[in-house]
Design a binder for this molecule. Structure first.
Ligand SMILES: [Zn+2]
Length: 394
């Protein structure tokens, strides 16, 4: 009896009971053989190093050639991320990189070599610039460093000047090419968390979607809130800066119509607060479903991860809308302070009373949110989605 059959007949658990980490590389089947050879080499090196650095995990790699690789040029990283995240689920992988020799379309930066999405556990890597600009022996090192940088982000690392996590405009294969010892410790920690049984694999798994979400929130509420507030919503706020300015211009028209002021005077303050909360939720829902964000991370398996992504997306949008409202509120307050009070009080029909500035600023900001979300003009659809899904462009 040879060794293989001996193993097959052996009952009991797999002899290798280390937690498994499965990583896929997805490539267009139309890439030439030189590119495919480079990728083979790249995968070998990454696997060998990971096995050396993290021997407590069992590393599984898979090179996947696809004929249905997205073909629109320039390649949109957002499309590739969505393509990749579906394959990741289909092939039951933990992480996935989509690699291409074509240049990527840049959204927020001048140029882009790679885009990690921590939320989708998927990254996009373009070899176009190293291939074009470097002598052959540096190309491999540059792409290796870029892949490590992207994987580092997928595993929760931030930027660091002294390691491969240093942000670079151009990846030229210069040192440092590796993670620091501290970063390796963080990666180990992160991967151990991932290797924990997902919620649907535990006996607690709930029968209905509502119960599932409730359990998830109870178990991971804190880390979800941290993800929303610390990592995502501030980036959305930055991006919404332009939009805030545009909407602020449009609410100036509201300021100039006496009806808005009359209406404001007629609404009681407590009602206005209620309306505000309703409008924020409505606006968030209208964008969430209007942009098909409920489809992000759709999956029948790995439900916990899909549910996490949805909660983070919805929460980020909600916090984003709330901060958008605060911006509009402050702008309104500023404008009201500048305009002559008697005129405004006259419009509001307040007679000789003084103008409740905060009340009217709230009203204007709420109108602004309502108008912008119903008008559906909240940024270009894909830009907003990219802000939510991208970890960065590098
Ligand atoms: Zn980075």
């Amino acid at each position: 009896m040879n060794e293989a059959t001996a193993k097959d007949t052996m009952a009991g658990p797999d002899p290798d009971d280390r937690p498994q980490v499965a990583i896929g590389f997805v490539v267009d089947a139309a890439e030439n053989s030189e590119i495919q050879r480079r990728l083979q080499w790249l995968q070998e090196v990454i696997r060998r190093d990971l096995e050396k650095d993290f021997p407590e995990f069992s590393w599984n790699f898979r090179l996947i050639l696809r004929r249905d690789f997205p073909g629109d040029r320039p390649l949109d990283p957002l499309v590739l991320l969505e393509f990749g995240s579906e394959l990741k689920i289909e092939y039951r992988l933990d992480f996935l990189l989509v690699l291409t020799s074509m240049p990527l379309m840049a959204r927020f930066d001048q140029t882009v070599n790679g885009v990690p999405s921590n939320m989708l556990e998927t990254g996009v890597v373009s070899m176009a610039r190293p291939l074009e600009n470097l002598e052959p022996e540096r190309v491999d090192r540059a792409i290796l460093a870029l892949c490590r940088h992207i994987l580092g982000h997928l595993w929760g690392l931030d930027h660091d000047e002294d390691s491969v996590m240093r942000p670079r405009e151009f990846w030229n294969g210069d040192e440092p090419l590796d993670w620091s010892p501290e970063e390796k410790r963080q990666i180990r920690h992160y991967l151990q968390d991932i290797a924990d049984p997902r919620l649907e694999e535990t006996t607690q798994a709930a029968s209905t979607a509502w119960r599932f979400y409730a359990l998830l929130l109870r178990r991971e509420g804190l880390s979800l809130a941290r993800d929303i507030v610390l990592f995502r919503s501030w980036r959305m706020m930055l991006h919404l800066g332009r939009f805030t300015a545009a909407t602020a211009v449009s609410i100036i028209f509201l300021f100039l119509s006496a009806e808005a002021w009359e209406l404001g005077a007629a609404i009681r303050s407590s009602w206005l607060d209620l309306i505000l909360v309703a409008v924020l939720f409505m606006a968030t829902l209208s964008i969430y479903f209007g942009q098909n964000l409920q489809e992000v991370g759709r999956a029948d398996r790995m439900m916990e991860q899909a549910a996490r992504s949805r909660i983070v997306l919805f929460g980020t949008l909600l916090v984003g809308m709330a901060s958008f409202w605060i911006n509009l509120f402050l702008i309104s307050l500023g404008i009201i302070a500048i305009l002559p009070e008697q005129v405004l009080a006259g419009w509001a029909g307040l007679g000789g009373q003084s103008l409740p500035m905060v009340h009217f600023s709230k009203l204007m900001a709420t109108f602004g949110i309502l108008a912008s979300s119903l008008g559906g003009n909240l940024e270009e659809e894909h830009d907003l989605k990219a802000v939510l899904i991208y970890t960065e462009e590098t």
